[in-house]
Design a protein around this ligand. Structure first.
Ligand SMILES: NC(=O)c1ccc[n+]([C@@H]2O[C@H](COP(=O)([O-])OP(=O)(O)OC[C@H]3O[C@@H](n4cnc5c(N)ncnc54)[C@H](O)[C@@H]3O)[C@@H](O)[C@H]2O)c1
Length: 294
């Protein structure tokens, strides 16, 4: 998301331009075995394509049945149905990967939906759905594959959160809550799994153009419309985000803010809290005025 009133790029904060956002990439490791959930569209598809271009082997997982492979999935990738809400389907995916590859190197827990809504409009069902997919989907993916990665003594968990997991704008409480939880899971696992040779990264992009808006709920059309505009009008596409992510993954970065708006907003919250609060308050007031008019 964009915070237009913050002009942080001019801030002379020593070391800020290098840490934790930028480091020198290590030579690309190829021929890795990679699983990407939510890989038939948007960021998952762009990442799957980028891994294939590196020479990696990729399984794209998504909601369509295995024998009804989406046309979007690149020819070189295998395709598997995996609804991240289903424990049985996670177990089936693990068994299949064990059988065909004997292990896995990169697990990209990327599947997700969008949700917008003022708190009084978000239903119990909305909260349960987004928690099941965006939060528990990531937890299940980590839980399923960590034993395999531990046995190998290597591997990389890559969890797609969002800038919304770090900065929390109005009218997005359910989305920000689950994305903040994905950041938290990722950090806990980072410390927990480092002794086993397992890397963890969490992706926190700002808005970029994908099909994500089509998953928006209708409980609060005004707030969903606001979120939808931010996604559809973004100047960035998924391929640009994926390219930045791949470079950051080469460098084994933990917190990946793959676009300038994300970096600017996160720095704003950390280092200019008053300006950040003013911007967020402005967004809340603007939304309240717009909806008061009906
Ligand atoms: N687009 C953005 O602006 C943006 C910004 C920050 C973070 N993200 C995150 O990026 C991730 C990818 O989203 P995207 O923008 O590429 O959207 P997208 O809608 O283009 O792709 C999401 C994919 O996830 C799949 N999916 C949805 N529910 C699923 C389930 N239960 N099991 C398996 N697959 C499922 C969809 O079928 C789709 O292929 C999401 O986690 C999203 O929250 C997106």
């Amino acid at each position: 998301m964009r915070l237009p009133r913050l002009h942080l790029s001019d801030l002379p904060i020593p070391g800020l331009s290098r840490l934790p956002f930028v480091s020198t990439p290590s030579p690309a490791n190829t021929n890795r075995r990679v699983l990407v959930t939510g890989g038939a569209s948007g960021l998952g598809l762009a990442l799957a394509t980028a891994f294939l271009e590196r020479g990696d082997r990729v399984i794209v997982a998504d909601l369509a049945a295995t024998d009804d492979r989406p046309e979007s999935v690149p020819e070189d990738a295998r395709y598997l149905r995996l609804d991240v809400r289903s424990e049985d389907e996670w177990q089936a995916a693990r068994a299949e990967i064990e059988q065909i590859w004997g292990g896995i190197d990169v697990v990209v827990n990327n599947a997700g939906i969008a949700q917008g809504g003022r708190i009084e409009f978000l239903t119990e069902e909305d909260w349960r759905l987004i928690t099941d997919i965006n939060l528990l989907g990531v937890a299940r993916g980590c839980r399923t594959f960590v034993p395999m990665l531990k046995a190998q003594g290597s591997g990389h968990l890559v969890n797609t959160a969002s800038l919304a997991g770090l900065v929390h704008p109005p009218t997005m409480a359910s989305y920000t809550a689950v994305k903040a939880a994905v950041v938290a899971i990722s950090e806990s696992l980072r410390w927990e799994l480092e002794p086993f040779g397992i890397d963890v990264s969490v992706l926190c992009p700002s808005f970029f153009r994908t099909n994500l808006a089509s998953s928006l709920n209708s409980s609060d059309p005004a707030a969903s419309g606001f979120a939808s505009k931010l996604i559809d009008r973004s100047e960035r596409g998924a391929d640009e985000i994926a390219a930045e992510v791949m470079t950051a993954l080469d460098a084994k970065q933990f917190l990946i803010l793959p676009d300038p708006d994300a970096r600017k907003a996160y720095r704003g919250k950390r280092f200019m809290p008053a300006a950040y609060a003013k911007t967020m308050l402005g967004m809340g007031q603007k939304f309240a005025r717009a909806t008061a008019k009906g």
